[in-house]
Ligand binder design. Structure first.
Ligand code: CA
Ligand code: CA
Length: 446
């Protein structure tokens, strides 16, 4: 069922591979998304809400609200929604009390109305599925209030929007081998929730049901302000997820950590996707990967990866294009990866296909590539006997203290430009720029 979702500001921006924007602030997880002045979330704006803000300021002072952990206890004290608790929140609360404006028409259903317990122990899967189904039928959004909702099996968000209050609206996978939340259909939206998967002693998996969030062959897609902790496979997977040039699919402001496979992975003909302002930490494989295989329905293409903070991987690269075209990797921060910080490669071993028209610009790579057996450079470019890597611009990047070479270009490439890259702290015996004999006629350095 297709629906119009005109309120999404991200959708109006359009996608230009050349445009890099300022970082946007994360949504405040301490503002009530339904009624900003309803601090205690009892559906009424009353003087009690004001008192709660005043008491909090008295007790702990004005402050930036902690954005570092899952937190199910703090009230919605950030009335103004700027991420800071201050007297401004009191003033806006007073204004809301005075104005007595009628509440807007409710356009969402409440998960707890369907019997979900949110206690982290009861299996809420049936309630979640019933709520999703009803919300779809009534063309409403589904609100996930603060709580921990155990789901014993996967569920699907289909052509609809699910939203919560960030790190306090937690989906907890009951089975780490059957954990996925699917996004399907047209313009599915998942916003401001968390997904926790306790992997225990399990080893890495690599199929859909073991991912945390999987955008599965959907048209349009928004995953925003989603926190993912753990998982035996990929954190956020786009398997054939597609945006368009004028309305790109968006994966924004997400925090993905402790997955056993890639933290974010785009494949199977995914296209027109922006991955922006995401934090990827301690993944078991690549931080953000664009991957195309010979058997895919089409090449994964038209991807923008910008302003992300990636690193501290136990295995894998920071940002990788292994089969893909028209990809911009811009203004990302990459540190302490196990393999190359950025990899642009057709990988014969994995049967990935051609790599074309890639811009790698203004990224900051620090102390990347720790594995002494692989000895990857900070940025690694190369093709395979079957597939060339062509038209790659590597420009304005800052590489500091790489463990091996700064930039290395292997064989099977054409039209490679390395321009104005600042490379410092290269170890003795390693090179800032290392171009293979075979690649030399095809690489310009300036
Ligand atoms: Ca209230
Ligand atoms: Ca505030």
């Amino acid at each position: 069922m297709a629906k119009e979702r005109p309120t999404r500001t991200q959708r109006r921006r359009g996608l230009s591979i050349e445009s890099l924007e300022e970082r946007r602030l994360l949504a405040s997880d301490w503002q009530n998304p339904i009624e900003p002045a309803d601090v205690n979330d009892d559906s009424i704006v009353s003087p009690i809400d004001l008192l709660l803000v005043i008491n909090d300021i008295r007790k702990s002072g004005s402050r930036v609200l902690d954005a570092s952990s899952l937190d199910t206890t703090t009230l919605f004290v950030d009335v103004s929604g700027d991420g800071i608790l201050s007297p401004i929140d009191v003033l806006q609360g007073i204004n809301a009390l005075r104005s007595r404006t009628p509440r807007p028409t409710v356009d969402f259903l409440h998960l707890k109305a369907f019997g979900a317990k949110g206690d982290g122990v009861t299996d809420d899967l049936a309630a979640i599925n019933e709520a999703l189904s009803r919300a779809r039928a009534e063309n409403k959004r589904l609100y996930i209030p603060a709580g921990t909702y155990l789901h014993s099996a996967p569920f699907s968000i289909e052509s609809q929007e699910v939203f919560g209050v960030g790190r306090r609206s937690i989906f907890l996978a009951g089975d780490p081998l059957n954990s996925v939340i699917y996004l399907r259909g047209t313009n599915p939206v998942l916003r401001s929730v968390s997904h926790v998967i306790n992997t225990g002693s399990l080893t890495r998996q690599s199929t859909g049901p073991q991912a945390s969030i999987a955008a599965w062959e959907c048209d349009g897609l928004l995953i925003d302000n989603v926190t993912i902790l753990g998982g035996t496979s990929i954190g956020i997977l786009s398997y054939g997820g597609k945006g368009t040039a004028s309305a790109p699919a968006m994966i924004t402001n997400c925090r993905v950590s402790n997955t056993l496979a890639d933290t974010i992975h785009l494949t199977h003909g995914s296209e027109w996707i922006v991955v922006e302002n995401c934090l990827c930490r301690n993944g078991g494989d690549d931080g953000i990967a664009v991957v195309s295989y010979a058997g895919d329905p089409s090449i994964t293409r038209n991807i923008v990866i910008r302003n992300n903070d990636v690193g501290y991987t136990t295995w894998g690269r920071g940002i990788a294009v292994s089969g893909g075209s028209d990809v911009l990797i811009g203004n990302n921060t990459i540190a302490r990866t196990e393999s190359a910080g950025i990899l642009i490669y057709s990988e014969e071993f994995w049967k990935t296909i051609a790599v074309q028209r890639i811009i790698v610009r203004n990224n900051i790579l620090t102390e990347v590539s720790s594995n002494p057996v692989k000895h990857h450079p900070a940025i690694l470019i190369g093709g395979s006997t079957d597939y060339l890597v062509e038209n790659v611009t590597v420009e304005g990047n800052t590489i500091t203290r790489p463990n091996f070479d700064g930039i290395r270009v292997d064989a099977f490439v054409t039209s490679i430009a390395l321009t104005s890259n600042a490379i410092t702290g290269v170890p003795d015996g390693k090179q800032a720029i290392n171009i293979s004999e075979e690649a030399r006629p095809y690489v310009t350095v300036s």
